[in-house]
Write a protein that binds this ligand. Structure first.
Ligand SMILES: Cc1cc2nc3c(=O)[nH]c(=O)nc-3n(C[C@H](O)[C@H](O)[C@H](O)COP(=O)(O)OP(=O)(O)OC[C@H]3O[C@@H](n4cnc5c(N)ncnc54)[C@H](O)[C@@H]3O)c2cc1C
Length: 502
């Protein structure tokens, strides 16, 4: 993980030290791990000691992200004996809060809306209060546009020589075009329709889709290849991904415009879910091999520990799963999916302001750039909605890939220098406090799954197929929901599959 003198570094350092201690303990332990039942469901997820046996385990869940924890919770609520194991030293996976920074910024999953029924239910059940961020965003909705290093005020954009759009689209800022086009031209009646063969003709690149809608190359590139939400450019992502996402957003917006998060940090949700399980989550258990047979499933960890259960739910992203040894090997379309499904490259640089520089230059704190800092967002996560608690620069796609190749200190310095060059008032007024690349995070190997043109048709309906007693969940297997709700949907589906089998 390329993070420098930041809290993330210290966490890693602690993790490395503790992992060595756990490994030393495990070397003298019985090779088959046993579940540690706890008397009351109020404990926190802890580092498993030397482990224990597992012949009394119905279901092994690999991965303590939202999907794995949702599967585990539902299985337990339905009477199964469940053990969750997790490679990291924390639960939550791609939901990760920086509890030691002002406002508790999120490294992963940020917000959820009204369509997130399962997430909302679980948060309510666990007594977690929620905050609606939408009114805070409305306090300062404007973004500064920066193209080729030049600040372009909204009033000048319509007639600016760099504006490649035609007709009414010229009035739209670049970040508004892709969403507006997709929303207006989306034939999907429901989010899950993206997997229907009836829409296979739309399994083309987003760039091509934009060209079909009348955009020329330059316009399609600015709309879909700069700061892309999916893929590294509009050329390597299927239009069906955008259409699926748009259909999901529409469901949410039909109910309300809320943008919710857990008060005090989203990571409180997976923490509370893990704490409610009867058995402690075993942390620092990195699975390297999974073998399924007629009677059950055995998972082997990097430290030699083995877990056996009657069934297994594997929640690992395909970007990680493809490097594990699976027995039997997956077959057909699912095998192709595991080996080839790409993941979004996304890097975040967290900064805190030492001076309110945006008041000196009179510009909006938040910027959308085509340079190495990507979007730079002023966050209002504190008690006072007017206070900016921090900034996050978020290069994506090719820009993030390029930054990830630099030594982290240099990457951070370059991002900072770019912001200071664009707005000199920021000189010396920002301090980098953390950085994380999801692409180089070995337990995620990317941000979220992104289908390339043709891949939805090739294997969209095959990602979640069970192999005997080995079942799969994770956001990448969701059919009708995105992000955190997709993770919950997939965990629920996998739990039902297992309960039918046990
Ligand atoms: C920057 C960012 C912003 C996001 N913003 C939003 C948002 O605003 N709204 C939204 O809805 N969603 C958002 N998401 C997506 C959302 O966070 C994810 O879809 C969701 O958390 C995925 O959950 P999961 O259980 O499928 O995967 P994960 O959380 O990745 O869970 C998999 C687990 O498996 C573990 N693991 C990996 N390898 C091994 C191994 N070998 N052995 C054992 N365990 C292993 C991992 O550590 C992890 O805990 C965002 C994600 C990111 C990264």
């Amino acid at each position: 993980m390329p993070s420098r003198p930041t809290r993330l570094d210290r966490r890693q350092f602690i993790a490395a030290g503790s992992a060595a201690a756990t490994l030393a303990a495990a070397q003298s332990a019985v090779p088959i791990a046993a579940a540690t039942e706890r008397p009351a469901p109020a404990g926190r997820a802890t580092r498993a000691g030397t482990g224990s046996s597992a012949t009394d385990t119905d279901v092994l869940v690999i991965g303590a992200g939202l999907s794995g924890l949702q599967a585990a919770s539902l299985l337990e609520e339905n009477g199964a004996r469940v053990q969750v194991i997790e490679a990291r030293e924390r639960v939550g996976g791609r939901v990760w809060t920086l509890f030691d920074l002002p406002g508790y910024p999120e490294v992963g999953g940020n917000s959820f809306g009204a369509a997130y029924g399962r997430v909302l239910d679980r948060a309510r059940q666990l007594g977690l209060p929620l905050l609606d961020y939408a009114p805070r965003r409305a306090l300062a909705p404007q973004l500064e546009l920066v193209l080729g290093g030049e600040l372009v005020p909204r009033a000048r954009w319509k007639d600016h020589p760099r504006n490649p759009f035609q007709g009414p689209l010229r009035e739209r800022m670049p970040w508004e075009v892709s969403g507006a086009l997709i929303a207006r031209n989306n034939p999907l009646q429901a989010p899950e329709d993206w997997l229907s063969p009836a829409h296979a003709a739309l399994d083309v690149s987003t760039h091509e889709y934009a060209r079909r809608l009348g955009l020329d190359d330059a316009a399609a590139s600015l709309a879909f290849s700069v700061n892309p939400y999916f893929g590294s450019s509009g050329h390597d992502v299927s239009a069906l991904m955008h259409l699926f996402n748009d259909a999901f957003i529409k469901v949410s917006m039909a109910v309300s415009m809320q943008s919710l998060s857990v008060v005090g940090g989203n990571e409180k949700l997976p923490r509370a879910m893990a704490a409610k399980l009867r058995r402690e989550v075993h942390l620092r258990r990195e699975v390297v091999a999974i073998a399924a047979d007629d009677a059950g499933v055995t998972a082997t960890c990097a430290d030699g520990m083995r877990y056996r259960a009657k069934a297994c739910v594997c929640s690992l992203p395909f970007s990680v799963l493809r490097s594990l040894h699976l027995e039997p090997q997956l077959r057909g379309a699912q095998d192709v999916a595991v080996k080839t499904l790409p993941y979004m490259v996304n890097t975040l640089v967290f900064m805190v302001p030492t001076r309110r520089f945006w008041e000196s230059d009179g510009l909006a704190p938040t910027m959308w750039t085509d340079g190495i800092c990507g979007t730079v967002i002023g966050q209002r996560f504190g008690d006072d909605p007017n206070e900016i608690t921090g900034f996050v620069a978020n290069p994506r796609g090719i820009t993030a890939t390029w930054l990830d190749r630099l030594p982290p200190a240099e990457a951070q310095a370059r991002v900072l220098a770019e912001i200071e060059r664009i707005r000199p008032a920021a000189k010396g007024a920002l301090r980098v406090v953390a950085m994380h690349s999801w692409a180089t995070d070995r337990h995620a190997a990317g941000d979220w799954a992104v289908y390339q043109p043709g891949q939805v048709t090739a294997f969209g309906n095959a990602t979640a197929s069970a192999t005997g007693r080995l079942h799969f969940c994770g956001e990448h297997t969701a059919r009708g929901n995105r992000g955190m709700e997709g993770a919950f949907e997939s965990g629920e589906r996998a739990a039902i599959e297992v309960l039918e089998q046990l």
